[in-house]
Design a protein around this ligand. Structure first.
Ligand SMILES: Cc1cc2nc3c(=O)[nH]c(=O)nc-3n(C[C@H](O)[C@H](O)[C@H](O)COP(=O)(O)OP(=O)(O)OC[C@H]3O[C@@H](n4cnc5c(N)ncnc54)[C@H](O)[C@@H]3O)c2cc1C
Length: 197
């Protein structure tokens, strides 16, 4: 793997300061996409900023108005939380499908979203639940409805120095339900050819 610098900040302010540095600076959440991309030269980084130790990105809570998922929360945590609390079945189903248990323990919903692969399993669930991406950068942040978050396969509208901070999903209306189904050539552990929320 090509050499790069690595930092693991413990506050959002220091993470944003690192992300605003010149050069190719890449956030890492679970690393299950980015490490492979760096190894295979599909992405380049001068500096990798590990976000897993930033407390502000580890929120996972719900109340009457909806669900907040910090960008560094793992798929395992989201699956367990939504399975127990109910209300977001498509998200619960899709987070349990990402890779294997080992991958789900590292991988985040935020990373799945920001990697922006057309095959990403959590994206259809987030779209149908009308998630809003709350971003952060050194000068503030924005709220982006997920329908406006993607600029093409593998591309998002995030700018240099800007990260996904959290996803906010409004509480579903009464008498609604959701589900996620995917078509994969193998029985398990495969990338979706088609995913439907
Ligand atoms: C064996 C294996 C099986 C897999 N199976 C599946 C599968 O079945 N379904 C599926 O959908 N995916 C699968 N994946 C892909 C991957 O695990 C998921 O996309 C995962 O959710 C990525 O999350 P992560 O936290 O590891 O992201 P990372 O690798 O940390 O990051 C992914 C991308 O998002 C960027 N990023 C990360 N966090 C942020 C942030 N907060 N703000 C801005 N940008 C950010 C990174 O710079 C990088 O470009 C698999 C991967 C492996 C290795």
């Amino acid at each position: 793997m090509p050499n790069f610098d690595y930092e693991a900040p413990t506050s959002l302010a220091s993470a944003l300061e690192l992300l605003a540095r010149p050069g190719e600076v890449r956030p890492l959440s679970g690393g299950t996409d980015i490490i492979d991309q760096l190894k295979s030269n599909r992405r380049h980084a001068d500096l990798v900023v590990d976000l897993k130790r930033v407390p502000e990105l580890l929120t996972l809570e719900s109340n009457g108005s909806g669900l907040r998922i910090g960008s560094a929360v793992s798929c395992t945590e989201v699956h367990k939380y939504t399975a127990e609390k109910g209300g977001f079945p498509a998200l619960s189903e899709s987070t349990e499908l990402v890779g294997s248990i080992h991958i789900q323990n590292r991988a985040t919903v935020g990373g799945n979203l920001c990697n922006a692969a057309p095959s990403a399993d959590t994206i259809p669930a987030l779209l149908i639940h009308e998630a809003v991406a709350h971003t952060a950068n050194a000068s503030g942040g924005r709220e982006i409805p997920l329908i406006d978050f993607f600029a093409g396969p593998g591309q998002t509208v995030l700018e240099k120095g800007e990260i996904l901070k959290e996803l906010v999903l409004p509480a579903p209306s009464n008498n609604t339900a959701s589900a996620y189904l995917r078509f994969i050539p193998r029985n398990e552990m495969d990338i979706a050819v088609a995913g439907v929320g």
